[in-house]
Design a protein around this ligand. Structure first.
Ligand code: CMP
Length: 147
């Protein structure tokens, strides 16, 4: 019941052993974890995931960071999940999160505007794309009628 979003714990979140704390925040905020998978992305897959940022100055550094170790991708479900998850993780720049959103996940485990330990889809369209990126289209929202 509710909207679905793609949450990802990045390599710094996994290597820093923040997974249990992050999951506690997720469940404590009323999300259901529908699916999860831990994977090591290679540069090609990472570039596909972050294709919208391919022209940016930080792109090469971002790909190096996100491929530096495994990531944990999760499908979260809750009413208004996309906005709710982004509110829970806080601003992209973890330094800003630490000062202005001290209870956010990025304040807990992030470092700066790149190493911010978690990702969240920013729209319905990107949630659909990012969920199928990690989990395929097996349970797309398509409703099939028998008639
Ligand atoms: P995310 O929310 O996963 O979306 C794109 C990622 O690019 C972002 O988190 C950061 O990890 C990274 N990023 C965004 N802005 C910057 C920046 N100004 N400098 C370095 N990395 C950035």
């Amino acid at each position: 019941e509710g909207e679905r979003t793609l949450a990802m714990i990045k390599p710094d979140g996994l290597s820093g052993n923040y997974t249990e704390n992050i999951k506690a925040d997720i469940l404590g905020s009323g999300f259901r974890i529908i699916k999860e998978i831990q994977v090591q992305l290679d540069a090609e897959r990472a570039s596909l995931f972050y294709a919208e940022h391919s022209g940016r100055s930080f792109f090469d550094s971002l790909i190096k960071y996100i491929t530096s170790g495994p990531v944990l991708a999760m499908v979260l479900e809750k009413p208004d999940a996309i906005a709710q998850w982004r509110a829970l993780i806080g601003p992209t720049d973890a330094r800003k999160a630490k000062t202005s959103h001290p209870n956010s996940i990025r304040a807990m485990c992030g470092l700066d505007s790149e190493k911010n330990c978690v990702h969240g889809s920013d729209s319905l369209e990107s949630a659909a794309r990012e969920i199928s990126f990690f989990f395929g289209d097996a349970d797309s929202e398509t409703v099939e009628h028998d008639e």
